[in-house]
Design a protein around this ligand. Structure first.
Ligand SMILES: *Cc1c(COP(=O)(O)O)cnc(C)c1O
Length: 392
C-alpha cells in the first residue's frame, strides 16, 4: 500500500491535511477552559450535519458499532421487540448486536442489493396493533451492497398507522456525505462514526438523540455504563475524552459547513455518477438492484462469473498500492467496492477508476483500458463544478 495513494474503501476515508493537523495537538487538559469551546463547536457543527435543532449529540470514544450499542441500550428495555431488515452485512451486524442484548428482533429478510423492504415494514407495523415493537431499525446506507434506503418513507409508514416506536437510523456511511435530516425525517437515534463522512481517524461514535428518545431513556434502558447517555449529557465527560479527535471533529464540521452541505452532497452525487458510468462502460453492474437505490458514497460492483472480487482487491493492493473494498458476508468474492465518501474529488475518483480498470484487466475481465475512465471523464467535464477561470 502506498501512502501517496488515496484509499477507495468505504471507511476509513482519506483524511484532509487540515483535519490531520487539527487532530495533532499537544496534550490538553480536557477540564481546562481551552477544551470547552472546541467541544461545543464540534457538537454544534455535528447537529447541523445531522439536521437537528431539537436533538442532542453525544460523542463516545468508540466506533459506529459503539454508537449502535449506545442507541439500543439507552432506550430499549430487556426483551423489547425491534423491527429490522437484513439486506447486507451492516444491517446483519446491528441485528446481531440487538440479539446479543436479549432483544426480540423481528427480522425481515430482503435480498442483498435491495433496500429496506418498505411494504413488509408497513405490514409489520400495521399488524402490531398493541405496539409491541419499540424500535424500527434502518440502515440508511448499506455499505456492503452500496444501497441507500429511504428513511423518510419508513417514517411515513410509521406515521400512517400512528406507530409510536423509536426510529433508529444507522447513518455511519451516509452522514456527512449524503443528505440526512434527523428532524425532518423524525429520526430518534442517528448513528455515525468519525472515520467515514467526517474524514477523521476511527475513534468517535457520534449519536444524535431526539427528545422522544431522551424520554425513552428516562423510562427504561438496558444495563449500560460506558455508553450511558445520562453521564454524557451533563456537558462534561464522565471519563477522558479523545481530545485530539474532538479537535479534528471541530475542523471537520467547519470544513463541511464551509463548503455547504448542499454542495457536499452534490459533489458526492456527481462523483458517484461518474463511477457508475465507468462501471457501465466496463459492461458490469452495481449490486444495488435499481437506480433509486444507488448509493452516492460506495459502489459495490458485481464480478463476472468465475472472477473473485476479493482476489481483485488483494491484487490492486499488491500491484498498485491502492485499497478497494472487499465483498462482505453473503456477497464475499461476488462484488468489489469502490468507496467514494468523505474527502473525495472527481480527480481522485478518476485515479481510482483507472486503477480498478487495470486490476480488472489483470484478472482477465475483458475491459478495454480507458473505457471506464473515458466515460467518467466525459461526465465530469460536462458537469464541471470548478468555475471556469477563462469565463471569470
Ligand atoms: C462502517 C459501518 C459500520 C460500523 O462502524 P465501525 O465504525 O466500523 O464500528 C456500521 N454501519 C455502517 C453502515 C457502516 O458503514
Amino acid at each position: 500500500m502506498s501512502a501517496q495513494n488515496p484509499v477507495f474503501i468505504p471507511g476509513p476515508t482519506n483524511i484532509p491535511e487540515a483535519i490531520r493537523k487539527a487532530c495533532d495537538i499537544p496534550t490538553m487538559d480536557h477540564r481546562s477552559a481551552a477544551f470547552g469551546p472546541i467541544f461545543e463547536a464540534a457538537k454544534a457543527g455535528v447537529k447541523k450535519v445531522l439536521g437537528t435543532t431539537s436533538g442532542e449529540v453525544v460523542l463516545f470514544p468508540a466506533t459506529g458499532t459503539g454508537g449502535w450499542e449506545a442507541a439500543v441500550t439507552n432506550t430499549l428495555s430487556p426483551g423489547d421487540r425491534v423491527l429490522a431488515a437484513r439486506h447486507g452485512m451492516f444491517s446483519q451486524k446491528w441485528i446481531d448486536l440487538c440479539q446479543r442484548h436479549g432483544l426480540d428482533v423481528q427480522v425481515i429478510e430482503a435480498p442483498w442489493g435491495e433496500g429496506v423492504p418498505l411494504e413488509a415494514f408497513a405490514a409489520a407495523l400495521a399488524a402490531d396493533t398493541d405496539h409491541a415493537i419499540k424500535a424500527v431499525l434502518v440502515t440508511h446506507n448499506e455499505t456492503a451492497t452500496g444501497v441507500t434506503s429511504d428513511v423518510s418513507a419508513v417514517r411515513a409508514e410509521m406515521d400512517a398507522v400512528g406507530h409510536p416506536a423509536l426510529l433508529m437510523v444507522d447513518g455511519v456511511s451516509s452522514i456527512g456525505s449524503m443528505d440526512f435530516r434527523m428532524d425532518d425525517w423524525g429520526v430518534d437515534l442517528a448513528v455515525a462514526g468519525s472515520q467515514k463522512g467526517f474524514m477523521l481517524p476511527a475513534g468517535l461514535a457520534i449519536v444524535g438523540i431526539s427528545p422522544k428518545a431522551l424520554a425513552a431513556m428516562d423510562a427504561g434502558g438496558l444495563p449500560r455504563c460506558f455508553f450511558d447517555f445520562r453521564d454524557m449529557l451533563g456537558g462534561i465527560y464522565p471519563y477522558t475524552p479523545p481530545v485530539g479527535l474532538i479537535c479534528g471533529l471541530a475542523a471537520s464540521v467547519e470544513m463541511l459547513l464551509g463548503e455547504g452541505l448542499t454542495a457536499v452532497y452534490a459533489r458526492h452525487h456527481r462523483i458517484a455518477e461518474g463511477v457508475r458510468r465507468a462501471v457501465d462502460a466496463w459492461g458490469l453492474s452495481p449490486c444495488a438492484v435499481s437506480p433509486a437505490l444507488y448509493s452516492d458514497t460506495v459502489t459495490a460492483i458485481v464480478m463476472p462469473e468465475g472472477v473473485d472480487g476479493n482476489a481483485l482487491v488483494r491484487h490492486a493492493a499488491d500491484a498498485y498500492g491502492v485499497a478497494f473494498g472487499a465483498g462482505l458476508g453473503a456477497v464475499a468474492g461476488k462484488v468489489f467496492r469502490i468507496g467514494h465518501l468523505g474527502s473525495m474529488t472527481d480527480v481522485m475518483a478518476l485515479a481510482g477508476i483507472a486503477t480498478a480498470e487495470m486490476a480488472l484487466a489483470d484478472m482477465g475481465v475483458p475491459v478495454a483500458l480507458g473505457s471506464g475512465v473515458a466515460a467518467a471523464q466525459e461526465y465530469y467535464r460536462n458537469t464541471r463544478s470548478v468555475p471556469d477561470a477563462a469565463a471569470a
